[in-house]
Structure formats: structure tokens, C-alpha cells
Design a binder for this molecule. Sequence first.
Ligand SMILES: Cc1cc2nc3c(=O)[nH]c(=O)nc-3n(C[C@H](O)[C@H](O)[C@H](O)COP(=O)(O)O)c2cc1C
Ligand code: SF4
Length: 672
Amino acid sequence: MARDPRYDILFEPIQIGPVTAPNRFYQVPHCTGMGHRNPQTLAAMREVKAEGGWGVVCTEYCSIHPSSDDDPYPAATLWDEEDVRAQALMVDKVHRHGALAGAELWYSGAFSSNFYSREEPLGPWSRPTYLNNPVQCRVMDKRDIRDLRRWHAAAAKRAQRAGFDIVYVYATHGYLLSQFMSPANQRSDEYGGSLENRLRLCVELIEETKEAVGDTCAVAVRCSAAGGTLDGTPVIEEHRALFEAAADLPDLWDLVVDDYSYEMGTSRFVKEAALENYISWVKQVTSKPVVTIGRFTSPDTMLRQLRDGIVDLVGAARPSIADPFLPKKIAEGRLEDIRECIGCNICYAHNSRGVPIRCTQNPSMGEEWRRGWHPERIPARQSEKRVLVVGGGPAGLEAATALGQRGYEVTLAEAGKALGGRVALESALPGLAEWARVRDWRIAQLNKLPNVEIFLDSPLDAGQILEFGADCVALATGARWRADGLGRWFESAIETSDRARVLTPDDIMAGVQPDGPVVIFDDDHYYMGGVIAEQLRGSGLDVTLVTPDGIVSSWTSVTEEQHRIQTRLLQLGVRIETSTVLEAVRDDSAVLACAYTGKQREVAAGCVVMVTSRVPSDALYHALSEQIAIARVGDCSAPGTIAAAVFAGHRFARDLDREPADVPFLREGSMR
Ligand SMILES: Cc1cc2nc3c(=O)[nH]c(=O)nc-3n(C[C@H](O)[C@H](O)[C@H](O)COP(=O)(O)O)c2cc1C
Ligand code: SF4
């Protein structure tokens, strides 16, 4: 299909200093959990983005010196010539598709603890490093500042030798330059105190990077355009000073905002193009191109941002992860094929855990090199097998889609009246509406596959599955939340009186209305406990959320939303009992106990909601596994995230008719 000419502007080349980007699609720097450990994995992943039409593809934060080391998060490095060779792998692959490659030079300063290199962290002040590590950085003296400037210029040169087209001065996200620019920097020398002094190091680095590599590379500055609150009131006075001091010095401004949890907020809290109010003033003070982000998945929003002169390039991290081929799909007029990011931040969560990135929507993300998976191509079927997929949740939908794309004859049987499984239910909970994209994209793809037949309202028992006679069955029947409280804290059921009312998230999602006051016991620690609390409080109930952890929804710290969740619950009037466990459920009350001392107290409870763990719905597997070729896929095998269910469905489809291997993917390492 031809491209809608309305979108032509998105495909116009643009000059950035000495280089020209072929279009306006700009993959801003984002980490991958691969960094210096997995250069081949990284290069293959970035190549897919370039192949998919991103005109600029950047690295993640790239350390310039061993005194800036973020292990166990594996940042990329540009410390020496070996790193030049590793980075060149990515550059060559990106160039192969006509895109530009950008390197984000990073110096952490007082942020990192340097646990790998064991170098002392350096910062503008002597303060403890982040994450409560027992490490305090050294105050940089003049010699340290001179060293830093030398390291930065040398790393820029190395980036140039690796073939990069754009080199970054990274002046945000709390790292060294933000620390110098902060009003908290009250050094008594020319690098602290007054605003002019606080900006000095940043301006020097921009000038010196231009001097080092400006003949062939564009120099970009990533910095914050505003502080301010979630209500959209930007605070720009301090930020404006940097733009005024260096308005036309760099070749490109890459704009973010002070609050990282807003910049890359989950869809539960932050919607598309949310930064617009904060950054729209910048083009008035610079003649240089401007790029920013906003979880852009709608071509019309992208178009409007360009047309209205807010930006010159459309920046994206997550949309390029969820769909590396997003630009190509717009170019080819295939808008309905765009696999839109759902804003769950599972990508960031795993990178924050120091493991390779993954994506809920795009199961091939991070698997390009080690498993040879491509987001748009899948090997053709290797047999005439007829496959029955039982269950139309995320795992079943993905399995049916990918099997159908391989060319197998597929029957998808869903017990309910609609497809989507847990995604359909969970996307109806407060703030999670965009999660329905997991279902909707797959349904749109399935509708194009004549070899996939879908049956709704079709619960199957073991006899019916046998009778159907498929060559192979993928059981994707999901899991149910337990009502007995067993989970991480309790290894056996919580004592519960016969007349107590105990519900689970499945009941709430099915529309069961509890009697108040409600006690939620959250031993799951991800989003579900907090979301259920929000929903029940929203319906006017008195709600207490009890968790053995010290904070609410603790795992959401890695999705960058924990603070927002706890704030929202407190603002809604949910009572929060941290470091507390649910010891027993009585007729009209709950017995709570301190997680440390065991001291008990009783609170009124008309109903208790258990959010602790799930039971796989795998009875059909056990009934049939000795009789037919049947596999459990997704939550009915091992309950986990939606991302894990989609991955399992995709893997099942990819692996059909392949010999299983004990080590199912390639590994990188110099001994191999
Ligand atoms: C997995 C992940 C890793 C990121 N790592 C970096 C990084 O290394 N350097 C950086 O400047 N920003 C990083 N970011 C922030 C993104 O560049 C971007 O500003 C943010 O995700 C918002 O853009 P989006 O809405 O298009 O995702 C990261 C974001 C994600 C999702
Ligand atoms: S993991 Fe979630 S937030 Fe990240 S790119 Fe994929 S869909 Fe978007």
C-alpha cells in the first residue's frame, strides 16, 4: 500500500551539523541491559531498528572512563580501542540501512558506585551515591575537572573512530553535568555557585566535543527543558539559561524533562506526547534542530508535532522497542500493523535488573542475535501439522498469530465470549486501558490469516481435544489467583473462618463487589495489589492495603512508577500498612501482624482480597500429556508477566518442528 502523502514530512531528510538524517524518525539513546557485555546482541538489535526505518539510531549511555561504571547495570563503554571495535559492530550495521548512528557519552559522577571498576566516583560534591550504597564520591578538584574534560574529548574521538555520526554531551538524568548544573552545587570555585558557573562545565564539554569531532560528527546535547509538576505546569527559568548560553552551539538539542518517571512514565500515569507543554518553548531560542520524546505511536501526533514547529525530529525509545518497523509501516501505508507500545515499562524493568531488554509487545526484542528472531520475519512451516491453540489470552493469541504467519493450519479455541484473556480483564482496571493493545494488535494480525480459524465461547474438555485430532496442541489456559493467601510470605494457607468473605483479583475483575471495609493482602508486589486498591477505593469503599514489604508495589520501582503508585493511593485515601502480614481472616475482621516482631492487632474487614500468587490452569495438560503432543504455554505453565506469556506463545510457534537444544540460544564471550 502507498504512503499517505500527509505523512511525507516525516520522511524528509534533515541536516544535523555535518551529517544528514534520511528522515525524522530518531531512536533516542536507550539502554538494553546488554552494554559492554553483549556487543553482538546489541548490534543486531540496533540493526533491526535501522532496517525498520529509524533514520537515527543511538547507543545507550556509553561510559567514557572506568570511574563511571554502573555495574550490575551493564552500560556500554568507550574506554579503549577494544570498545571502538565493539561499537563499530553496531555502527556498521546501522549504516548498512542508510541510518545515522549516535553515541551518548556518559559520565555518572556522584550517581554510580563503581562496584566493577573500584575507582572512586567523582562528583561536584562529596555526597553518598544513589541506591543507598555505602559509597560517597570524591569532590572533583581542578585537576579532576581537567581529567574529565580530557576523557570526554578522547571518548568523543573514539566514537568518531568507531564511525558514529552523532556524538552526545549528556547533560541530564541526574548524572555529572546535571549535578554541576544543579542549584545544590555551591562550590566556591568557577564551577559552582552562580548559574553561569554551574553551566560552565557543560558549555566547555559542548565546545570541546565540537572541537574534537565536529568536522565529521554532529554534536547533540541531551538536557532537560523543564521541571514542574504532573499538572503540566512547566518551570523553565533555570533551564532556559543553558539554552541561552549555548543556543546554537550544539548541532541538535535532544530534550527531556527533570522528572524521569514522567519522561518515561508508564501509561497508567502518563499519556502520549505528555512533554509537549514542557518543551515547546525551546525552538524559539535556538535555530538548531530539536528532538524530543513522548511515547509516540500515532503518526498523526508525530505529524502535528512537526507541523506545529514543536520539534524537527520525532524521538522514540519505547515505540522503537515495541515496533522497530514503525517508520517503515507508516512509509508503506500499513498503519494498522503498527505494534503500539503499551507503556508498561517491562523493557526498562529488565534493563534495570541488569539483564537483556525485553518487550511485552515485541517478543523478538533482545533475541535478534542470540535466537536469530526478527520482528517482521518468521521461518515458514516445516510440516503440514494442524495445531490447536486452547485459550485466547496473550500466550494463545501470540502463538496462534506466529503459527499462522509461519503457515500452519491453526484453530484457536477460546472458552469465553471474547479474546484477550487476562489482558482483556486487566486493561479494564484503572489506568491500564492501553494494555488492550496486546490483544488488539494480535486480533488485527489474525484477521489477515486465512489459515487461522477462531472459535469463541468454546470451552474444551479433554475428550473434545482428543476428538478434534490436531497434530499438536498448545494449551494457553492461563492461571487463577489463589484465595488461600499462599505466596511468598506464607507457604501454607492463611487461617480463615468459614463465614469470612475472601475474594481474589479474578473476582474483582469479574465484577464482584466486595463489602467494606476491604483489606487487600498484597504479597505479589507488582501492579495488581495497588490497582485493585485504586479500583475499590474509587467505588467508595474503605480500603486498607497490607504488604510485608516496606513500600507498596515494590517491584514497580524498576518500572519507574512505585513512587507514583504509593502517592496516588495515599491521595485517594487508601490506608497503607507496610511491613505487615495478614495472619488470619475472621468473620468480620482481619488479624494483621508486624512482619518483624509478629505483634498482632485486629482490624475490621467485611472482605479480604488476596493478591498473593496464582495457580496454573493446567488440568487439561495433566489429563492429556501422555496421550497426545500437548504443551503448556504461558501462565498455565508458569504464571508471570504478560511479556512472559507473549514470549512463551511466540517461542512455541518458532520452535515447532525444530529440534530442542539444551542451551537454546547463543552466548557471547571471548572463550567461545
Ligand atoms: C529501556 C530504557 C532504557 C533507557 N536508557 C536510557 C539511556 O541509556 N540514556 C538516556 O538518555 N535515556 C534512556 N532512556 C530514556 C529514553 O531515552 C527516553 O527519554 C524515554 O524512554 C522516553 O521516551 P519514549 O516515550 O519514546 O520511551 C531509557 C528508556 C528506556 C525505556
Ligand atoms: S516493554 Fe512495554 S513499555 Fe517497553 S516498549 Fe514494550 S510495550 Fe512499551
